[in-house]
Write a protein that binds this ligand. Structure first.
Ligand SMILES: N[C@@H](CCC(=O)N[C@@H](CS)C(=O)NCC(=O)O)C(=O)O
Length: 234
């Protein structure tokens, strides 16, 4: 178990869904941390590039040791602070559950990439094809893995590492669809073709650790602006 007195600094930006993963983990684990907001609208400073040479957020400093990449940071926190998020991997059953969570995150990544493809779709046909790809991935890849969700992954009554890794994308999927930034029929198609996914997503999107740093209005405006810019440039 990590020291409760560990000094944790999270380099983040609240509009970033990857950084949002780490916020969910820290919130679930109730770990105190210092937050440093990195301005993503200007080039990274040499100081920040020393912390993360990739220039991306998030980065986490744990007693001065830097960890980068949101999935790795989330996994590190789940390992260092044993909790309801994931069992220790040192037993066969713990290792198996970890493997199930890793597969879930892998399956979800197909839905995740479709969410981003909407940004680049310009014509109605392109939008419809991305929508179909998203619903198909949710129905074929993710739905079977959520058949025992209760309401969270693997029958858990508490949020797990599976939701830490996916919650920031789930909340965007739901809120951007409701705001009409993503196709408004998307949620209905998901409810019809991927009912377990749809029910799980609605629970995840209102969970306090998932909503805690999510500024819906700002994300909607920023996403609209980004789509308009990409389409104008295309
Ligand atoms: N694979 C990285 C992706 C992180 C990422 O792409 N972060 C974006 C913000 S959402 C970033 O820092 N972009 C730098 C920039 O926009 O210049 C992770 O999971 O941590």
């Amino acid at each position: 178990m990590a020291s409760p007195d560990a000094k944790i600094i999270l380099y983040t930006n609240h509009r970033c869904p990857w950084a949002h993963r780490v916020h969910i983990a820290l919130e679930e684990l109730k770990i105190p941390f210092e937050e440093v907001i990195i301005d993503l609208d200007t080039p990274r400073t040499p100081e920040y590039l020393k912390i993360n040479p990739r220039g991306l957020v998030p980065a986490l400093s744990y007693n001065g040791e830097i960890i980068i990449e949101s999935a790795i940071v989330s996994q590190f926190l789940a390992d260092a602070y044993p909790s309801h998020l994931a069992p220790p991997s040192g037993t066969p059953s713990g290792a198996l559950r970890r493997a199930r969570i890793a597969l879930f995150a892998d399956a979800f990544s197909k839905v995740q990439s479709a969410i981003f493809q909407f940004n680049r779709a310009r014509t109605d046909e392109e939008i419809a094809s991305v929508e179909e790809a998203l619903v198909t991935s949710a129905a074929k890849e993710v739905e079977p893995l959520l058949s025992d969700a209760k309401p969270f992954f693997g029958g858990s009554d508490k949020l797990t590492l599976a939701e830490v890794l996916t919650g920031s994308f789930v909340i965007r999927l739901l809120s951007l669809s409701r705001a009409g930034v993503l196709p408004s029929g998307l949620l209905l198609s998901l409810a019809e073709k991927a009912p377990s996914f749809s029910k799980w997503a609605q629970t995840v999107a209102v969970h306090p650790s998932v909503t805690s740093i999510y500024d819906e209005d700002k994300i909607i405006q920023a996403t609209k602006a980004r789509i308009a810019k990409l389409r104008a440039a295309a």
